[in-house]
Structure formats: C-alpha cells, structure tokens
Design a protein around this ligand. Structure first.
Ligand SMILES: Cc1cc2nc3c(=O)[nH]c(=O)nc-3n(C[C@H](O)[C@H](O)[C@H](O)COP(=O)(O)OP(=O)(O)OC[C@H]3O[C@@H](n4cnc5c(N)ncnc54)[C@H](O)[C@@H]3O)c2cc1C
Ligand SMILES: *[C@@H]1O[C@H](CO)[C@@H](O)[C@H](O)[C@H]1NC(C)=O
Ligand SMILES: *[C@@H]1O[C@H](CO)[C@@H](O)[C@H](O)[C@H]1NC(C)=O
Ligand SMILES: *[C@@H]1O[C@H](CO)[C@@H](O)[C@H](O)[C@H]1NC(C)=O
Ligand SMILES: *[C@@H]1O[C@H](CO)[C@@H](O)[C@H](O)[C@H]1NC(C)=O
Ligand SMILES: *[C@@H]1O[C@H](CO)[C@@H](O)[C@H](O)[C@H]1NC(C)=O
Ligand SMILES: *[C@@H]1O[C@H](CO)[C@@H](O)[C@H](O)[C@H]1NC(C)=O
Length: 634
C-alpha cells in the first residue's frame, strides 16, 4: 500500500503533461436553480462532487461553477435557514446555537481530570460562517510562513495574501467610529479585493471598550494600525463579516451560493443529505463518486464524480468519511472492521484547536449602558432590539466585538525563552499518544521546532483576548503543543467519530496558560481599569493564588479544549511527515480526491478561522494548473 502512495508523484506529473484539452459541455437538469431536497432530483453524475456545503465547500463550488462547462453537486447535511432572525443579527441572543450544530462530545480528557469536552461544529448550510461570531481576522506572517517551513511551498503569507484580499470586500469604519473609538485600518496593505464576503465595522461599540483598549496600552502593548496585513500581534482592530448597509451577517450561503446560483444551472446544492462514503474504483487508487443518504428517508444513492470528489465536511467529518471509505490508519480501520484501501497514517491525526479559559470579574462600577445591561435590563434590551430592526444601529449591530489583544509569549511572561527552550528539548514522541504512527511523529517534530521559535518570537501571538467592554473574558491559547485525533468508533463506525483533543497532554500548554491567566489578572489591576470598573474577580477567584492552584482549577474546571476551531486532521504536509494532502490539496495516493476545508491546516494560526478557510478555498480553486488543468482529468 505504502509503495502505491509514493508512486502517486509520477502520476501527478503525467497528468500535468496530458491535461488542458477541450471539455464537453455538461449542464445540470435545472433551469431555475433552487436547492434540491430529494435524491429523485439528482443526476447520476457530475464533474465535481463537493462533500459539505460549509465555508470552504460553497466557496469552491462558486469558483468552479464560474466555468459553465463544469457541473458541480454540493451535498450538505444541513438546511439553508432564512427564517431565524437571530442568524442575521450580529448580536445573537444565544451566541452558540446548538440547534444548528452536531451534538458530539469528546472522549474523556485524561489531562483534564477526565472531563468530557464539547465538539461544537456547525450542521447548517454555510457551515461555521452561518453561525459564528463574525470576528473576521487573519494570523501573522510567521503563522503562515510556518506552513512553508513544514514543506508546503506556495502557502506562506505572501502566497495567501492575494486570496485573503480576493475573498472579501472591505468597508472602512465611518468617521464617527474612527474618531470616537480610535479604530484604525490600512486598506492598502490588507484589502483592495472585491470578494463577495463583506467585512465591515458596525456602527456601535460599548463605552467601556475604550478603557480596556487603553489599559493594555498602559501595559506596554503596542496598537497596530491594521491587524490584517500580517501584523496580528499587539492590540488590533478586527472587522466583522457583516453587510455594511443592512448590518446583517454575510455567510458562505449568501456570498457563494445565493449571489450566483440562480444564473448558474451547473451549480447544484443538495440539502439535508449526508455523504456516508467516498466510493473508490476497484484498485482503490481513484475516487469514483460518493454514497449519499437522505436524512429524512434513509434512502441512499451512489453519485458519480467524473473529475473529482472534493472533501469539505470540516475537520471532524472529513477524516471520518475518509476512514469510512477505507482511507486512513490501518489500525483504526481494522479495529472498526473497515477494509483498508489506502493505509494512510495521517488521516484523523494531528488534531488540534485553540484551548481556552474564561475569567469573570464583577465590575462593581461601570459605564451605562454596558454589555451586561442587555441581560439585566429588559426594557433596555427591548428598545435596543427595536432600534436594530428599525435603524440597523445600536447594541444588536455588534457581534463578538471588533478589537482584541494578541500577545506574543514575550508579552505574557518573562520566562518565555525558558519555556521555548524547555519545549524545544522535548523528544517529539514524549507526549504524543503511544500508538502515534512514526510519520505523524516526524511531522510533529517539524512543528515542534517551529513552535519553539514562535514562542521566542515577538511577531506571533500566543494569548488572545477579544475586547468589547464586557466583564467576562475568553482567553484562547493560540499556540497549543498537544495533539489529538479523530477516529471512527470501532463499536459503531457510522456513528459520530471518537474525538480526542488530548488537551494539555503536553505540559507546555499548562505552563503557558497559567502564565496567561496571571496576565489577565495584571490587566485587571491596571490603575485605569481599577478606577473605571473596580473589578472583583469571581472566576476563578482570589483564593486560586499559586501557579499550582491555577493549574489545578484549569484542569478540573476552566480549561475548555474547543474554541470552535478544529483543524489539522487531513494535514497539508509531506507524506513522510504524516501529511494527507500535498500542496495541490489532492489526497496522496488517490486520484480525483481532494480536501479543501480546515482539515488541511497543518498548524493552527493565531486567529479565528473563517478568513483563513475562505482564503484556502479561494486559492485552491483559482490557480491553474490546479483548477483548469490537473483537476480536469485526474
Ligand atoms: C459557534 C462558532 C463560532 C465561531 N466563531 C468564529 C468567529 O467569530 N470568527 C471566525 O473566523 N471563525 C469562527 N468560527 C470558526 C469558523 O466558522 C470555522 O473554522 C469554519 O467555518 C470552518 O470551515 P470548514 O469549511 O472547514 O467547515 P464548516 O464551515 O463547518 O463546513 C462543514 C460543512 O460540512 C457539513 N457536513 C458535515 N458532515 C457532512 C456529511 N457527512 N455530509 C454532508 N455534509 C456534511 C456541515 O453541515 C457543514 O456545513 C466559529 C465556529 C463556530 C462553530
Ligand atoms: C429533470 O427534470 C425533469 C423535468 O422537470 C424531471 O422530471 C426530472 O425528475 C429531473 N431530474 C432528473 C434526474 O432527470
Ligand atoms: C443537536 O441537538 C439539538 C437540540 O439541542 C437539535 O436541535 C439538533 O438538531 C441536534 N443536531 C443534530 C445534527 O442532530
Ligand atoms: C438589505 O435590505 C434591503 C431592504 O430591506 C433589501 O432589499 C436587501 O436585499 C438587503 N440586502 C441584504 C444583503 O440582505
Ligand atoms: C457585584 O458587585 C455589586 C456591587 O458591589 C454587588 O452588589 C453584587 O452583589 C456583586 N455581584 C456578585 C456576583 O458578586
Ligand atoms: C433600563 O433601561 C431603560 C431604557 O433604556 C432605562 O430608562 C432605565 O433607566 C434602565 N433601568 C436601569 C435600572 O438602569
Ligand atoms: C431610528 O432613528 C431615528 C432617527 O435617528 C429615530 O428618530 C428613531 O427613534 C429610531 N428608531 C428606533 C426604533 O430606535
């Protein structure tokens, strides 16, 4: 099997040489293009089948169907939801609406007192972009250049910047917001594209934000003019994925489906259906199509992909579907009784996310109004709600917020060099699962060397704290060192997979996050913060004092492994380092099969993920020979 995967390089070269011919015109069956809900209305074959109509999937579908000769079917588990106003408004009553999510729990986390973690991923058309907090940022230059160092030529900051720009259309903050809140930006260094995803600044911020923003300045943290030009460290302003006129959410459904589908009969979107398997040809080296199951009736159908099956089911389900199809680590497949078609050690490995914790302070004095007023004063909330729908202004036009601190480790603790050195001294396999395949250990070794450098760097963030004026802070660790896995459940392979974050199994994460919590306390002790808010710590509380006590309370209560950013489970890396896809995002060893979602991210950048996922999807669908040539015939 392994020899088969390596022989793939020769096939790839051959395909480049023989490709780029004329393509017969194929169209779907639909003249007015409505979403499809029944297998009866689906053709038997399409050129491309995209598995998952989320952030990445709909972006790639949009770009592929620009060429009307290509027929595309997107199969999406969820529905398009148009009748829930909460999904349109930036300030949702429930920021994490579980009715649009899968309901998955992690396996018990050994380093977290055996607590079970959540796995909060979207189950709605548009994917994460349809329910997320609309915080639309990018990582720093070093975060993406790390991908190149891992063996991915063409995927560094300079390579991605054109696609970050292409993905969005930027509208600057209005003069009042600039003056009143000091919001700055640099359109030239970061934007200038005319992508269908609007990013803009809402017309509202809470007064308390000013104090919080300045307090980090008092601690010596520099403000960037623009955070989206590769300088996502220090204090930065961040736009929202928000329509600048209507102040409503812009997700992948609006930007990459509704905008174009009506005039593209070749763009077919099947909703409320689940892909259960990628079908391979007899030899196992080419994807033929997918098996699709109706969620309502359970009816199934095999649909053929004449050119390519494109995986975009997100970082939890993409590796699950690959494994169910016989593509994955043989030990995982055999345990579940699945025939091994391609022994692919990296599928489902290298799983990570941003672990985070919450701190709660009682602001015993405060500005009026403040974020808590929305929950404590019903009259205020009702008026604000009315104002939003009448005028598209006020508190409900504001999402998670539009500012944050992104601190390199050197701005978190004076011990940063020691932490970096101790981490660099670990043997790569010391804290990985004992059954980690050797290729995956090799890939981790490469990541470890880079992470150690980034810990000592001033230009890559480790601590994030979004700022919006509130008294509750969430603080993710942007450079986790622990790695987990996603594996089909041997007891019931078609059930949700076993998701193991293995959070904090590498002790470096605990060491870093204890320092992070202490830094959060220093911020609340800044004189201007004390004067404005007289903050009293409620969670974890002043009796949690020593490093040991902080570590303990995190393990037993505070640490949450899931900041909604699962990545890495079909990583873009060399095959011998446990990679699943190459820089063309095609799966090693199987022709006509690619992965385009957050699964391919080899090492998580210091940012929320939507913009990075959009850029990856834009890049893979834009570049010839990637799209126009190789993709057509393999
Ligand atoms: C609650 C929440 C808040 C977030 N907040 C932010 C934020 O403020 N800013 C930010 O930048 N990022 C945020 N994110 C993260 C960001 O939205 C995701 O990282 C991003 O959407 C991932 O894109 P993806 O294409 O990899 O997967 P997704 O967008 O999740 O798409 C996967 C799609 O596949 C579908 N699917 C799954 N299994 C199957 C199957 N078997 N068959 C067919 N379809 C299937 C799913 O329904 C989904 O539509 C948040 C995410 C969540 C969940
Ligand atoms: C195609 O369109 C015709 C006419 O609307 C319809 O009868 C048929 O079911 C459609 N689907 C397929 C797969 O042919
Ligand atoms: C998850 O649970 C919620 C109820 O809490 C439900 O509305 C939703 O449909 C479930 N998601 C899936 C994918 O079953
Ligand atoms: C914005 O609102 C106007 C007026 O209600 C509406 O016609 C338009 O479709 C809306 N645009 C978007 C992108 O929702
Ligand atoms: C927060 O502080 C206010 C004002 O001192 C006090 O009335 C309130 O009880 C405190 N709340 C909590 C949860 O401690
Ligand atoms: C609640 O909000 C209303 C409307 O804004 C305001 O008039 C009232 O003073 C508020 N009540 C309190 C206790 O702040
Ligand atoms: C909308 O804005 C107008 C003009 O500023 C104002 O008079 C009106 O009261 C606002 N409506 C609501 C519901 O806030």
């Amino acid at each position: 099997m392994r020899a088969g995967i390596l022989g793939f390089a020769a096939i790839a070269l051959f395909s480049v040489l023989e490709s780029c011919g004329a393509v017969p015109l194929r169209r779907g069956n639909f003249t007015t293009n409505e979403p499809i809900y029944s297998l009866d209305d689906v053709d038997n074959k399409y050129d491309y089948i995209i598995v998952g109509g989320g952030t990445a999937g709909l972006t790639v579908a949009d770009r592929l169907t620009e060429d009307e000769s290509k027929s595309v079917l997107v199969v999406e588990f969820g529905d398009i939801v148009d009748d829930d106003p909460e999904l349109k408004m930036p300030q949702k009553g429930n920021p994490f609406p579980t009715q649009y999510m899968f309901n998955i729990s992690s396996v018990p986390q050994t380093a977290l007192n055996s607590r079970v973690g959540t796995v909060q991923i979207s189950a709605i058309a548009g994917g994460g972009s349809a329910i997320n907090a609309m915080f639309h940022d990018r990582g720093s230059v070093a975060d993406y250049d790390a991908w190149v160092e891992l063996g991915n030529d063409g995927w560094g900051w300079n390579d991605l910047l054109p696609y970050f720009k292409k993905a969005v259309e930027f509208t600057p903050p209005d003069a009042f917001m600039q003056e009143e809140f000091g919001i700055t930006y640099n359109e030239e260094s970061a934007y200038g594209g005319h992508g269908p995803v609007d990013v803009s600044y809402p017309p509202f911020q809470w007064e308390g934000l000013k104090t919080q923003w300045d307090a980090w300045g008092d601690l010596g943290i520099e403000a960037q003019v623009e955070g989206a030009d590769g300088t996502a460290y220090g204090r930065i302003w961040v736009p929202s994925s928000q329509d600048p006129v209507n102040e409503t959410r812009v997700d992948a459904v609006l930007a990459h489906y509704k905008r174009v589908a009506e005039v593209r009969p070749n763009y077919n979107l099947l909703l409320l259906h689940k892909v259960t398997k990628v079908e391979l040809n007899g030899g196992g080296n080419k994807a033929r199509g997918v098996t699709v199951e109706s969620r309502e009736s359970g009816e199934t159908k095999m649909i053929e992909a004449q050119k390519e099956v494109i995986m975009a089911a997100g970082a939890i389900h993409t590796p699950q579907i690959l494994q169910l199809s016989g593509i994955g680590p043989s030990s995982v497949l055999e345990a579940a009784g699945i025939d091994v078609v391609v022994d692919h050690p990296g599928v489902g490995q290298n799983f990570h996310n941003h672990p985070w914790f919450v701190t709660v302070f009682n602001y015993t004095t405060n500005f009026y109004p403040n974020p808590d007023t929305l929950t404590s004063n019903e009259t205020f909330a009702a008026e604000a709600y009315e104002e939003y729908w009448a005028n598209k202004t006020g508190p409900y036009s504001l999402g998670l917020g539009n500012a944050g601190v992104f601190l390199p480790l050197s701005d978190v603790t004076g011990d940063y060099q020691l932490i970096a050195a101790d981490y660099a001294d670990q043997a790569p396999s010391d804290y990985l699962a004992t059954d980690t395949p050797p290729e995956v250990v090799a890939g981790y070794a490469a990541q470890q060397a880079i992470l150690a450098t980034l810990f000592a760097s001033d230009e890559a963030a480790v601590l994030e704290m979004p700022l919006a004026g509130g008294s509750t802070s969430v603080t993710p660790n942007l450079k986790p060192t622990s790695r987990g896995s996603v594996a089909i459940n041997p007891a019931d392979p078609s059930a949700e997979p076993l998701v193991d974050y293995r959070a904090w199994t590498n002790p470096t994460d605990a060491r870093v996050m204890v320092e992070m919590l202490k830094r959060v306390r220093e911020y609340h002790a800044v004189p201007a913060m004390v004067e404005a808010f007289h903050p009293v710590e409620l969670v974890p509380g002043p009796d949690v004092a020593t490093d040991d006590e902080i570590e303990q309370v995190m393990r037993t209560q505070l640490l949450d492994p899931d900041f909604f950013h699962p990545v890495g489970t079909a990583a873009m890396m060399p095959l011998e380092n446990g990679g699943v896809v190459g820089t063309d995002l095609l799966v090693y060893g199987v022709r006509g099969l690619s992965v385009v979602d957050a699964s391919v991210i080899p090492m998580i950048p210091g940012t929320h993920m939507a913009e990075t996922v959009y850029a990856i999807a834009e890049k893979v669908s834009s570049v010839c020979p990637l799209r126009a040539c190789i993709r057509r015939f393999r």
